[in-house]
Design a protein around this ligand. Structure first.
Ligand code: ATP
Ligand code: MG
Length: 216
């Protein structure tokens, strides 16, 4: 079946800017989405960290580009990953997206984050981030939405986190997510340490920044 998110005459995502060149679309996507992501660091998007809030964040980041921003994916999806020998992560099927996202967000909201050591916080944040990302709720923009959502969640739950680390190490972050989600019907090849490490560094930097500013 032809991907309904593509233009009829080329394999490029239909977009509000009418761009039909993949490099140009990628460039426009980065420019528009980064501006929105930077806004969110100063003006958090209000919500209860539930599915509606997650969708609202995707909408905020991508509505300059896509009509379907904020709407759950309606098609199955595969993406070749060099890291997996060009296999795809086993993303959720569309009919499972809502149920799986509700379950993982319920878990994130019910943890006693402030009773944990920084190491435990990093481990659980990495696990929850990977579980949320593996669903891939949206046709595009899942990494940016998940990382921004989790960073805002951490900041607003007493765990200040350095968001710039994820943006400046976007390729590392995506590869760390792929490595943490490499579980398939025929085997579990997951490695979570890369994602845990960057979460730990983000939390450590966040605490240092907080201490620096409180000295003024
Ligand atoms: N946290 C972030 N902040 C700003 N830009 C990011 C961030 N993470 C990734 N990017 C940029 O977004 C672009 C697209 O990245 P990528 O395709 O890996 O993620 P995505 O589109 O958000 O998720 P996916 O393709 O898995 O749905 C890259 O140019 C990357 O540098
Ligand atoms: Mg992408």
């Amino acid at each position: 079946m032809r991907d309904p998110y593509f233009f009829d005459d080329c394999d490029i995502l239909k977009n509000k800017l009418g761009i039909k060149d993949s490099d140009k679309l990628e460039q426009a996507e980065v420019e528009f989405s980064c501006a929105r992501i930077h806004d969110l660091a100063y003006s958090p998007l209000l919500g209860n960290y539930d599915l509606a809030h997650y969708c609202k964040m995707h909408k905020y980041i991508f509505s300059d580009l896509y009509e379907w921003a904020g709407q759950l994916r309606t098609v199955s999806m595969e993406k070749e990953e060099a890291l997996l020998g060009y296999m795809s992560i086993d993303y959720a099927e569309p009919h499972d997206i809502e149920k799986q996202t509700d379950a993982i967000l319920k878990k994130i909201n019910s943890r006693n984050w402030l009773d944990m050591s920084l190491d435990e916080q990093a481990e659980k944040l990495a696990q929850d981030t990977a579980d949320l990302w593996k669903i891939h709720c949206f046709r595009e923009g899942n990494t940016r939405t998940t990382i921004t959502f989790i960073c805002q969640f951490a900041d607003s739950h007493g765990m200040p986190i350095d968001r710039t680390l994820f943006e400046q190490n976007a390729i590392y972050t995506r590869n760390a997510l792929v490595a943490a989600c490499a579980i398939f019907k025929d085997g579990d090849f997951r490695k979570s340490e890369y994602l845990i490490n960057i979460m730990k560094d983000g939390l450590k930097n966040g605490l240092n920044e907080e201490n620096d500013t409180s000295n003024f």
